[in-house]
Write a protein that binds this ligand. Structure first.
Ligand code: HPA
Length: 274
């Protein structure tokens, strides 16, 4: 059966959140693995559990996600503490939903963070990398299905999905903070398994610098509804052809180690935004 996206459902979710937060946030942040400490910097925090928001996706993990609304670098910001992944079993069109709800809240800029494998030989665990572009060869699309013209056109370009101007601000801020910011192409895989060494070699020859299981659902939806995107990967591990016995055990620890640096960078960037 054809599943339809229904605008009113997103509107109900957004109206519930707006009633609680009262002020429209211009900026949203979706936090990846191990990067939650950004929340420590927020002032006047107000929390809303995803499970209390009508029509919102239900988390498949034990720890529930939350929206955290507050002020960061003088701006009203809404953070999502947990994201939803394709490997958890959601359909791709379901994964469009959080970003459409953010759009209805008034969000104009979206900052995303994730943990990723380092495919490029010049990238190392612990590096912070700006995502310049992505490759999605998984044959999946969050905006497949009926088009909601309230959000955007049926067909839409993605050549500036990772906004050039935001990337310029990020690079300038990194320079000022003394952070060696790498920049590369994120290759999406559905997971939840890590990649085979042969897949990694193929990804590298296709132009992928980083590999991961998230983010593109959110960025492609943001592209559809006209939200500007800035996305960071923390390279948490060497890709499977660069090490023996890759098991992913370091992913969370490395992300946590790097997170104070990334937090400072994001706080600085937000301060620089108009
Ligand atoms: N591959 C896919 N996803 C990941 C990786 C990886 O090596 N590291 C963190 N997320």
């Amino acid at each position: 059966m054809l599943k339809k996206k229904i605008f009113e459902n997103y509107k109900k979710s957004a109206d519930y959140i707006l009633e609680k937060i009262k002020t429209r946030p211009e900026l949203a942040i979706i936090l990846g693995t191990g990067l939650e400490n950004l929340l420590d910097e927020m002032e006047n925090k107000l929390e809303i559990d995803y499970r209390d928001v009508p029509n919102f996706l239900v988390s498949t993990s034990n720890s529930e996600g939350k929206f955290i609304f507050g002020k960061l670098s003088g701006k009203f910001v809404i953070c999502m503490t947990k994201r939803f992944h394709y490997y958890e079993g959601y359909d791709f069109d379901e994964l469009a939903m959080p970003v459409y709800v953010l759009k209805l809240l008034g969000v104009k800029n979206l900052i995303l963070t994730n943990a990723a494998g380092a495919v490029n030989y010049n990238f190392y665990p612990g590096d912070i990398c700006l995502i310049r572009d992505h490759i999605n060869f998984a044959g999946v699309s969050p905006t497949r299905g009926n088009n909601l013209s309230e959000f955007g056109e049926r067909f839409y370009p993605i050549d500036n999905l990772y906004d050039k101007e935001l990337r310029r601000i990020a690079k300038k801020s990194a320079l000022e903070e003394g952070i060696d910011l790498k920049e590369g192409v994120y290759f999406f895989t559905v997971g939840p398994f890590f990649e085979s060494p042969s897949e990694i070699r193929a990804i590298r020859s296709l132009g992928g610098d980083l590999v991961g299981m998230s983010t593109i659902t959110e960025t492609l939806t943001a592209g559809h509804c006209g939200i500007r995107v800035l996305a960071f990967s923390v390279a948490t591990n060497y890709s499977s052809d660069r090490i023996e016995n890759m098991d992913g055990s370091e992913v969370e620890d490395v992300a946590r180690e790097v997170s104070p640096k990334l937090k400072n960078l994001i706080v600085k960037i937000i301060g620089e935004l108009e």
